[in-house]
Design a protein around this ligand. Structure first.
Ligand code: SAM
Length: 348
């Protein structure tokens, strides 16, 4: 079957036998490309200051109920150098849109990690200046996560998603041109989102210079204008992940923690059986995690124990190769394709 024909209403809405087939084919595609390996990454959420006002996000600047924080370099360095779980090969440093935190905290932290560890480093910091992207890369980060959020431009504007749709996509292209490995993502099940709008995300993702993409089910954010909206449908989100895997077999696709909120008890595990090959352990220090509010304060936190149990239950194994090395090797292998070239990184 042609890769692009998976992105259809029939597969998106598939249930029962159709859905079983879709998920089995996706898992098979992941196995053909990655074997049983699943990448394990840590995330640290280091600032919840945000200049954006996304209607769906708990960290939006209009949310007065949050205590805003910036974490401390030494606390994070100690945690990531000396106390991280052994299975972690990469770390993702995430903030609201807060260029001050990028300068004062993220850059020094990346330099420290580059000196002291061999962790692959990715960042998820929103749109910044080209100069700041270069500084982050020079410090040692190689992967940039910038979700395009949703393909539909009118919905993007209506939901006050970050900046402007075209501008955010332009930044994704700019990052790839400057040698970053770029991973993106979209939200499935936003209030009012039609199936056609959801399907448009696959075309947009395929048109961007990406090495990976996530699908997050919409979770109504506490203290947001959408607090009372229904949770995104877990079946639809899982079908989107499977379609993404079949459309782009070589991409890295995470099982996001929101799967557990949309499908309590089984959402996450099911994500791993629909072609996901990356899991994230949240290492944000507990005293600040409460106020890094994407959706709800009682987020379902994926500890190493839960992650390893989910991986084992699916017959999968933790990858010993880091994501950063994987991207470097794949870029070498497909030299000349749209995938970004490997930036020079000194790994201690
Ligand atoms: N500020 C950075 C940026 O702009 O990329 C990164 C942090 S942002 C808070 C992380 C991501 O959370 C967003 O890109 C969005 O896709 C996701 N998110 C926020 N609110 C959400 C919600 N209610 N449901 C699902 N995903 C959500």
């Amino acid at each position: 079957m042609d890769e692009s024909s998976w992105a259809s209403l029939a597969w998106l809405n598939g249930r029962g036998k159709t859905q079983e087939l879709l998920h089995a084919r996706a898992a098979q595609a992941a196995a053909e490309h990655f074997g049983r390996r699943v990448f394990i990454r840590a995330v640290v959420e280091v600032s919840n200051f945000c200049r954006e006002n996304c209607v769906y996000c708990g960290m939006r600047r209009d949310n007065q109920s949050l205590t805003r924080f910036r974490a401390h370099h030494d606390q994070l360095a100690e945690l990531l150098i000396h106390q991280r779980p052994a299975s972690i090969t990469d770390v993702n440093i995430q903030t609201g849109e807060d260029p001050v935190a990028v300068r004062e905290l993220v850059l020094p932290l990346i330099r420290t990690l580059r000196q002291e560890t061999s962790l692959g480093i990715s960042v998820c910091l929103g749109t910044l200046s080209a100069g700041l992207y270069d500084e982050l890369q020079k410090a040692g980060a190689t992967t940039y996560i910038m979700k395009f959020e949703m393909a539909d431009a009118a919905a993007y504007q209506q939901l006050e998603a970050p900046g402007e749709a075209e501008e955010r996509q332009e930044h994704i292209r700019l990052l790839a041109k400057r040698g970053w490995y770029v991973s993106s993502g979209f939200i499935a099940g936003l209030p009012g989102q039609t199936p056609e709008q959801l399907l448009a995300n696959f075309d947009l993702a395929a048109s961007l210079p990406l090495v990976g993409c996530s699908v997050s089910p919409f979770i109504p954010g506490e203290s947001t204008p959408l607090a009372d909206a229904p949770v995104g449908n877990i079946e639809q989100a899982l079908n989107c992940m499977a379609i993404l895997r079949l459309t782009k077999p070589s991409w890295v696709i995470p099982a996001v923690s929101a799967l557990n909120l949309a499908g309590p008890g089984s959402g996450y595990r099911r994500g791993l059986s629909t072609g996901a090959n990356l899991v994230t352990i949240n290492l944000t220090p507990t005293e600040i995690r409460r106020d890094y509010l994407l959706y709800k304060r009682d987020r379902f936190i994926m500890t190493e124990e839960r992650i390893l149990a989910s991986i084992a239950l699916q017959g999968l194994v933790p990858s010993e190769q880091s994501l950063a090395e994987h991207y470097r090797h794949s870029a070498r292998a497909v030299n000349g394709s749209s995938v970004a070239p490997a930036p020079a990184v000194v790994v201690s």
